[in-house]
Design a protein around this ligand. Sequence first.
Ligand code: PMV
Length: 321
Amino acid sequence: MKATATAPSNIAFIKFFGKMNEELRLPVNTSISMCLSDAFTTTTVEFSPDYLSDSIEMTDGILSRAEKERIVEHLDRIRKIAKNRLFAKVVTRNSFPKSSGIASSASGFAALTLAASSALNLNLNEKELSIIARLASGSASRSIPDGFVEWKKSNTSQESYAYSLYPPDYWDIYDIVVVVEKESKPVTTTDSHKLAAGSPFYKTRIIDMDNKVKTFKHALKRKDFHLTGEIIEGEALNMHAVMLTSHPPLLYWTEKTVSLMKEVWQWRKNGTEVYFTLDAGPNLHLICEEKTVKNILSNLGKSFGQCEIIVNKPANGARLI
Ligand code: PMV
């Protein structure tokens, strides 16, 4: 009873920020993302009567006790559905460093969901996998389907799942991750969601969301890079404005984050069309089209040459291997 799965991380263009139901991880708003080609997790899960407890190993790093507990909790969810009580051995590795500004919980829990459910012969469809992955990490629901993905808000668990809007080859959009800080973040993403509602700007953010999602989907449909980029960057700043004004305030940016943001604005003024986004952390994702990648990498070499850089294209979602 063994299976191996691989799943990409994803970058949210419209962010999931704030939950309407903590336990079921139901988001307050719909979010839209792109699966990342060069940031994925590969996980093998084996259930066996020979195992006397669950064991979890990460071959490229160390998992904290809390992280291991979160994995066992997710195995329990899947065991409950399969009506199976066998213990499991989990071996996992990421293609990218932890704390790089790439969500390892998204790729990690998507790969775990597919590998564990397949090892237990559950034969779940994409919607079911997305719902179960969501229970472990909201953004993991978006790492199950391919390419450009929408995760629907809903007040019921069965209706809040992610599905593919377009396959990876729909549009050659690039996500260049610039790791300006390698240190772990002081406040976890899970905790940041809880603080959101304390900001006086949170209500305004949510009131505007349905319109923003609609306009963004329209821009994506027309492959209008200018509008797409404007919305992506504005959305990231909007989410961070809420973080900055929550209680206590959350500031993930460092001097290098701000300095790169300003560079991006300057490059844009000089005619290179590129936009930034960032999640709950200091590292930036630069979104551009294929024709500008070379130019951006050369610009980065001048001022951010010492930073690790990961170049991603749109990718498929979770797969068994
Ligand atoms: O899925 P979580 O609980 O790790 O939350 C992800 C939140 C953001 O990364 C800030 C935004 C997003 O939609 O990915």
